[in-house]
Design a protein around this ligand. Structure first.
Ligand code: NAD
Ligand code: LMR
Length: 333
């Protein structure tokens, strides 16, 4: 409580405000975990009409925390109101995947939501808006939203792959018996789906390359499928999709974007590709990224071997097929 609250307030929009992820996310935002302890937040909560009352209940709980950084909370079911002046937008609201469903099944259900929100962001958000799409299929939803926001630079639309990145880091830390903070150089290429490629080729521990403890068999048979299928594993074990870990990753992604990543380290962000590392321009793919506090910069010059090439290409091919499917449905034209 010793930090003075002096900075200009940040207007933050969270969609799906009555849902499970938002219930973790909103309290972290309201506590200053993204913008810092000196920046007040104006929270905009968007949900569908039938969920607005529940969103009001969440807002009441935020009020009851008496958090000094919360300047205002506005609850709405109107997409244009929700994004008015937004500096940061977490697009969480969508139908979550149930048991046995694949992300492709969600394209039709969720595509229309992101078309409308892209349009509203284009019309009403701040010029330097930062968008993190969480709702699945996250990469292609970000693609759709960006297609409907022609005045917003492509790099302002990201999808959440920090959760996959964090999952990979945690599995590696356990395997190596190392603190998570000692590890760097992980990247998760491709789609936030079972085709994703969590890649340890550049892994370092306290700045030194990791040369032992990660044999090829463990990587191919355990690590990669474990990380890539972790969302489904959580659904099966918990009975409901990941929520607090997703909110934590969304906070990590937005915080690092706003404040910058440290040193020469990087993280994974899904961004509209400019063709880096042989990915297909336009699709929203996981890439190694740094921020210096303004925009994400893709780390250049990493060597790509044959094993990596095949895995990256397979996941990008899935993104291309999702892209083609949404164009076929008229959701991205
Ligand atoms: P949830 O069902 O608990 O909440 C979703 C909320 O979105 C509901 O309140 C619903 O009313 C609202 N909503 C639906 N349509 C909306 C619209 N048009 N505008 C605004 N709000 C709308 O779901 P959840 O557990 O919070 O998950 C949300 C999404 O996040 C799902 O798509 C889930 O698959 C996805 N997810 C992504 C990741 C990731 O790493 N990218 C991780 C976990 C979950
Ligand atoms: C996750 O990765 O936990 C989410 O995307 C939920 C899912 O459907 O896998």
């Amino acid at each position: 409580t010793s930090t003075p609250v002096t900075a200009t307030p940040a207007t933050v929009t969270v969609t799906g405000a009555a849902g499970k992820i938002a219930y973790s996310l909103l309290f972290r935002l309201a506590s200053g975990l993204v913008f810092g302890p000196g920046t007040p937040v104006r929270l905009r909560l968007l949900d569908i009409p039938s969920a607005v009352v529940a969103a009001e209940g969440v807002a009441m709980e935020i009020e009851d925390c008496a958090l000094p950084l919360v300047e205002s909370i506005e609850i709405t079911d109107d997409v244009d109101t929700a994004f008015d002046g937004a500096k940061a937008a977490f697009l969480v609201g969508a139908r979550p995947r149930g048991k046995g469903m694949e992300r492709a099944d969600l394209l039709t259900a969720n595509g229309a939501i992101f078309r409308e929100q892209g349009r509203a962001i284009n019309a009403h958000a701040a010029d330097d808006v930062r968008v993190v799409v969480v709702g699945n299929p996250a990469n292609t939803n970000a693609y759709i939203a960006h297609r409907h926001a022609p005045d917003v630079p492509a790099g302002r639309f990201t999808a959440l792959m920090r959760l996959d990145h964090n999952r990979a880091l945690s599995q590696l830390a356990t395997r190596l018996g190392a603190p998570v903070a000692d590890l760097d150089g992980v990247v998760v290429w491709g789609n936030h789906s079972a085709t994703q490629f969590p890649d340890v080729s550049y892994l370092t521990r306290r700045g030194e390359p990791v040369t032992s403890g990660l044999d090829e068999e463990w990587l191919a048979d355990t690590f990669i499928p474990r990380v890539a299928n972790r969302g489904a594993e959580i659904i099966s074990v918990r009975g409901s999709s990941s929520a607090a870990s997703a909110a934590g990753a969304a906070v990590d992604q937005m915080r690092d974007w706003v404040h910058g990543t440290s040193g020469e380290g990087w993280t994974t962000v899904a961004l509209p590709s400019e063709g880096q590392y042989g990915t297909v321009p336009g699709v929203v793919t996981g890439l190694p990224c740094r921020s210096r506090g303004a925009q994400w910069e893709v780390v250049e010059g990493l060597a790509i071997g044959d094993f990596q090439r095949a895995r990256i290409d397979a996941s990008v091919a899935e993104l291309v097929s999702e892209r083609d499917a949404v164009h076929g449905l008229g959701l991205a034209d």
